[in-house]
Design a protein around this ligand. Structure first.
Ligand code: HEC
Length: 159
């Protein structure tokens, strides 16, 4: 028993001495922990990560084309004309470009005098237009003028 204890003590002592010798020969690393250097390196990494995680920017910017009003209602006559024209849209179209299904011709951009004359002729019966008659028979001479002015400002051929 004592022999075993002595032997074990010897082994422990030997290991202790060997380890102490290791300390003697261990190389001392004098390189200092450089705080500033580490900080910059970390910030650089962080920036890289943030850049990678940032949502991709659209390269092509969608340009919104703002459409102006069809006719700038700069006068009271145009305001009245626009209101009266609402009844004509069903056949002649919002832009005055006509509708084949209604056999209604394009009238947008037409000369005022011509439109006025045609409508007046339709009202008086000189020009017969049965389909349009219900829409124009109650129009006053001024209404016809207002409509003609508005129609003349519509884009020619609906363009
Ligand atoms: C129900 C459909 C209809 C409605 C609503 C209508 N029109 Fe017409 N319009 C026609 C048709 C069809 C013609 C072509 C008739 C012809 O050839 O004689 C026409 C012809 C015309 C013409 C003659 C064009 C030209 O080149 O000679 C004018 C001007 C006109 N319309 C203006 C109007 C106005 C203004 C209104 C609204 C108050 C109106 N129309 C509402 C169907 C319509």
């Amino acid at each position: 028993m004592t022999r075993v204890v002595v032997f074990l003590a010897f082994v422990v002592g030997l290991i202790a001495i060997m380890n102490l010798r290791k300390f003697e020969t261990a190389k001392v690393d004098n390189a200092k922990f450089d705080f500033e250097k580490t900080k910059t390196a970390n910030l650089k990494k962080q920036k890289e990560i943030a850049d990678l995680m940032a949502p991709k920017k659209e390269v092509v910017e969608v340009k919104e084309v703002e459409e102006g009003p069809l006719v700038v209602l700069s006068t009271e006559q145009l305001v009245r004309g626009e209101a009266l024209y609402k009844k004509c849209i069903v056949c002649h179209g919002q832009r005055g470009n006509g509708k084949k299904s209604q056999k209604a011709p394009a009238i947008g951009g037409q000369h005022e005098w011509y439109t006025e004359l045609q409508i007046n002729n339709m009202i008086s019966g000189v020009r017969v237009n049965k389909v349009m008659n219900p829409y124009i028979k109650k129009l006053s001479a001024q209404d016809v003028k207002d409509l003609a002015v508005y129609i003349s400002k519509l884009p020619p051929m609906g363009k």
